[in-house]
Design a protein around this ligand. Sequence first.
Ligand SMILES: NC(=O)C1=CN([C@@H]2O[C@H](COP(=O)(O)OP(=O)(O)OC[C@H]3O[C@@H](n4cnc5c(N)ncnc54)[C@H](OP(=O)(O)O)[C@@H]3O)[C@@H](O)[C@H]2O)C=CC1
Ligand SMILES: O=C(CO)COP(=O)(O)O
Length: 310
Amino acid sequence: MSVAVLGAGAFGTALAVALSAKGPVTLWGRRIEWQGQNPLLPGVVLPGGVSVTENLPDADILLVAVPAQAMGGFLSDHAPALDQRALVSCAKGIDLATGRSPARMLAEACPNATVAVLTGPSFAADIARGLPTALTLACADAEAGHRLQHALSTPVLRLYRTTDVTGAELGGALKNVIAIAAGVAIGAGLGDSARAAIITRGFAEMTRFAVAKGADPETLTGLSGLGDLILTATSEQSRNFRYGLSLGRAEAFDPHVTVEGAATARAVAAIAAREGIEMPVSTLIAGLAGGRLGVKQAVELLLARPLKEE
Ligand SMILES: NC(=O)C1=CN([C@@H]2O[C@H](COP(=O)(O)OP(=O)(O)OC[C@H]3O[C@@H](n4cnc5c(N)ncnc54)[C@H](OP(=O)(O)O)[C@@H]3O)[C@@H](O)[C@H]2O)C=CC1
Ligand SMILES: O=C(CO)COP(=O)(O)O
């Protein structure tokens, strides 16, 4: 099965590099201003098996690796050319404009496509260097999921399979929000114990939200939920965590860096308020990211919540 990656950012480029171990891969970007090495993925030289293009490629499997907030614009430009294929969303977020997940946006824009999600703990730099990584491949169609799992696994990139697309996708989207909160805790000097509390209570609200949306709670305990939360909330390789650090330290953050959790926090807070889902950490991160709250005030609000059963 031929494979193309759409979106030539850090993650799309890393996936193309990793998958080229199995056969030729086409990497598409809307404007490619580099040759041989993508500046978003420093130090990684593209192997010969990856061909880079600005012309939308035709392939059996298309991995869509544009950020969640860019998915709407990407689909309005390209949806007709993507229908009838296997489309694998690699984005971790919730669209702020519509409240929809990337996989749902793909499925609605391309009704004859088979839609799947690739998610889980994996920094682009690690994947591109060939370090061992385990991910989740979620597809509602079990047979198609099985085919995709085998087509996209390599000796060092191990894909586990699930049919719970909602659980896998929401785990990946929500962990970014909690990773920002963990970064805020460390950046503001609240300590490792506070971070552990935020990760744990954050995981509880991730699960609450996902279950309210129809997910199996067990999916949240897997790679796509807890696994990715652990990675992102504890590593300075994470852009979401680093953004949280900068909020906690009241430092500026480069606005060109992709930080999926900031917009996703706002999308989640809006849905949670509308549907009565208790999401205290995400709601505070939405306030911080939207500039409506300061760190001191956010911490006071969190600590002033009523005492309750765990
Ligand atoms: N980086 C990582 O370690 C990981 C990232 N992910 C997820 O992958 C997704 C992409 O992130 P990542 O690659 O890191 O982001 P980057 O910031 O590295 O790159 C984003 C890319 O998307 C492109 N893009 C934006 N809008 C469009 C559009 N409308 N049409 C075509 N291309 C577009 C940008 O192109 P241009 O330069 O032209 O704007 C850029 O190449 C995110 O959801 C992220 O959470 C998942 C796992 C790991
Ligand atoms: O999703 C990721 C790791 O699994 C990448 O995290 P960041 O987007 O925070 O860098």
